[in-house]
Design a protein around this ligand. Structure first.
Ligand SMILES: C[S@@+](CC[C@H](N)C(=O)[O-])C[C@H]1O[C@@H](n2cnc3c(N)ncnc32)[C@H](O)[C@@H]1O
Length: 194
């Protein structure tokens, strides 16, 4: 399998091969953000790409947002486009990141990682969350047959993986996906187990 490293992802941006990029905040994340009342919470968006969710958070009044990506292009783009005092822009491998957050937002980052790193992702998100912190977002909902990203999965598999470190509040078929992802996403709201 091709190595999914910094160079791979950077080249995807350089070649404009970014089919995942919605060009706007995705509806499941937007609707979830709209329900949040405490605007002071610390939020991490790993594998943030062009950071539409961060932009939406900022415009909604959130003040403590960390945008993290291994590739330089989206971080540069987000810095220029958003350039917000509320945002930390971090170009780094997620697995090297340190910090403590109230909320981690997941969107097409988990599926970008080789499945052999899934347990590490779960341990790392758990480590990066404060007590009672939440991991919220969407995972793809299709059998994992591909040799490259996006890597999918199904609910039973995700439950098995996540329940060791998270209390599952919601893990169900997503009803408000963008049109092109309808019936292909699972909405998750997970609480860190302590
Ligand atoms: C499929 S894209 C999704 C981008 C964004 N979440 C979106 O929905 O538009 C996956 C992103 O994860 C980033 N990425 C991949 N592996 C990473 C890692 N180990 N640490 C941090 N970012 C990573 C890639 O550079 C890319 O921007």
């Amino acid at each position: 399998m091709i190595k999914l490293d910094q160079q791979y992802w950077q080249e995807r941006y350089t070649n404009n091969s970014i089919g995942w990029d919605l060009g706007k905040v995705s509806t499941p994340l937007k609707n979830y953000i709209d329900q949040l009342t405490d605007k002071d919470i610390s939020i991490l968006i790993p594998g943030a790409g062009n950071a539409y969710e961060a932009e939406y958070l900022f415009n909604s009044g959130f003040k403590n947002i960390t945008i993290l990506d291994i590739a330089s292009s989206p971080i540069k783009y987000a810095k220029e486009k958003i350039a917000l005092p509320c945002c930390n822009f971090v170009q780094q491998d997620f697995f090297d990141h340190n910090g403590k957050y109230d909320l981690i937002l997941e969107q097409t980052f988990f599926c970008a990682l080789e499945p052999r790193f899934r347990e590490s992702y779960i341990k790392k998100t758990h480590q990066l969350l404060k007590d009672n912190g939440r991991l919220v977002g969407v995972l793809f909902n299709f059998e994992n047959k591909l040799n490259g990203p996006p890597f999918g999965g199904i609910i039973t598999e995700y439950i098995k993986l996540f329940e060791s470190h998270f209390k599952i509040i919601i893990m169900e078929s997503c009803y408000n996906s963008v049109k092109e992802r309808q019936d292909k996403e699972i909405f998750i709201k997970l609480m860190k187990k302590i």
